[in-house]
Design a binder for this molecule. Structure first.
Ligand code: IMP
Ligand code: MG
Length: 179
């Protein structure tokens, strides 16, 4: 598994510092609000688990699962809901979508559209990684961990063909693994 990684892009120490910074910022911004963290499965689970521990105000969590990728490294452009939120009621909620990576933006644009239509009090995006070079849709993250160059990355929840999610850091996959 470790032999398939070309280089480490975000180390464990860097991830921990990023999560602490984002958690502190969210804690400040969502005081006196009705914070609902919406984790996008499966890529964001490690980020979500660490981030919520750095949020020092009351919040609830929920999960959604969407797919646009299949087993390749490029988005198909068609997003579908695999699992919806457990709750039917988001009116009055301050939703914060927690995502692993903002790449083309197609997934988050779709999620913003679907969730906004349910009339939450507010809706924002928190992404661990941002790959701005590849943006196709008009989406911006309200909270972003770090920008990364246009490489296919795995680890800390992110996968290639469902593998590598358990690496504790973010690494660029050797191109020969997916070419
Ligand atoms: P987007 O719709 O193109 O922005 O893609 C968003 C989703 O694609 C993310 O939630 C990831 O699951 C996946 N994705 C995009 N880039 C990468 C990558 O470099 N490694 C692993 N998954 C990725
Ligand atoms: Mg994902």
């Amino acid at each position: 598994m470790f032999n398939d990684i070309e280089r480490v892009l975000v180390s464990e120490e860097e991830l921990s510092a990023i999560v602490k910074r984002l958690g502190a910022q969210i804690t400040e911004d969502y005081r006196d609000k009705n914070l609902v963290l919406v984790s996008v499965l499966k890529g964001s689970v490690l980020f979500m688990a660490d981030l919520m521990r750095e949020i020092k105000i009351p919040c609830t969590i929920d999960f959604m699962s969407v797919s646009s990728y299949g087993s390749g490294t490029k988005t198909s452009g068609v997003v579908k809901i695999i699992k919806d939120l457990d709750t039917d009621v988001v009116e009055g909620a301050d939703l914060l979508i927690v995502e692993d990576i903002l790449d083309s933006g197609v997934t988050l644009e779709y999620l913003m559209k679907v969730l906004s239509a349910r009339n939450p009090k507010s809706i924002k995006i928190c992404t661990l990684l941002d790959k701005p070079e590849r943006r196709k849709a008009n989406v911006k993250a309200d909270y972003a961990g770090t920008q990364i160059p246009d490489a296919f990355v795995v680890g800390y929840g992110l996968d290639y063909d469902e593998k590598y999610r358990n690496l504790p850091y973010i690494g660029a996959l050797k191109p020969e693994v997916y070419e």
